[in-house]
Design a binder for this molecule. Structure first.
Ligand code: CTP
Ligand code: CA
Length: 226
């Protein structure tokens, strides 16, 4: 089925996209974080807006990326803040796409003052606790019947098998799986992926701009919303 590039097939829809990477503070000046640039999430937000959707972009530490025109941007820092913002926006959403890299763990403690070295002493270990799994939570407890939920996963090996297992564990409708390694994906303008569907489908997306992958994601979401 051919679709013109400007056909507003998401008009009247509210979509939520999370982007970037969460940062989990250790003290006022330090954090545990990841290398997610936010570019794939921003491409998803831009393309959804171009297709007529009302877009809420929950943006974790994406300073440097310009706010996409006509998109509601909600800045967040940590995984707990990202969860709050996504749950709130998802309440009336037709689709939620979790492109953000959510830190799996945060420090069990937060030092209100800067952590200092102590003469002749080894540093204290950092004790970690699990962060909430936002994708699993919103998939298990859908805010609306028929809401379409999409996850992203970066895998280094056994990409398809790991992706399929992850899709089942998360309970989402679609999982975009890409292979990462040296110089692949992080911070780059291009991406290559396979989109796995809970219905057993497997759609390969050839190496290309993050916009192209975003358009494919919205094609598949749009199909499921009809
Ligand atoms: N995700 C989430 N909440 C978390 C961790 C991940 O919502 N606490 C979402 C991500 O936004 C992404 C998807 O889950 O859309 C897959 O993330 P990934 O890190 O690949 O999954 P994990 O279950 O954390 O598995 P792994 O142990 O491989 O990191
Ligand atoms: Ca993870």
């Amino acid at each position: 089925l051919a679709r013109g590039v400007t056909e507003p097939d998401l008009r009247g829809r509210h979509v939520v996209v999370s982007a970037g990477g969460t940062r989990e503070p250790l003290d006022p000046v330090r954090f545990l974080g990841n290398r997610s640039s936010g570019k794939q999430g921003y491409a998803l937000a831009r393309t959804a807006a171009a297709r007529g959707a009302r877009v809420t972009l929950v943006a974790a530490n994406t300073t440097g990326l310009p706010d996409p025109a006509g998109v509601d941007v909600v800045p967040v820092g940590t995984a707990v803040q990202l969860r709050e913002a996504v749950l709130k926006a998802a309440a009336d959403a037709d689709a939620v796409v979790m492109a953000a890299a959510v830190a799996d763990f945060r420090s069990a403690t937060y030092a209100a003052g800067k952590i200092k070295k102590k003469d002749g002493q080894d540093p204290d270990p950092i004790v970690l606790v699990r962060n909430p799994d936002i994708l699993a939570e919103i998939s298990a407890d859908r805010a609306r019947p028929g809401q379409v939920i999409v996850g992203f996963a970066a895998e280094t090996d056994d990409v398809l098998a790991n992706g399929r297992r992850k899709l089942e564990r998360k309970g989402c409708d679609l999982l975009v799986v890409n292979e990462v390694g040296e110089r692949k994906t992080f911070g780059s303008e291009e991406n290559e992926a396979v989109v796995l569907g809970a219905d057993g489908t497997e759609i390969p997306v050839p190496y290309g701009p993050k916009e192209a992958l975003a358009e494919t994601v919205w094609d598949l979401v749009s199909e499921r919303l009809r």
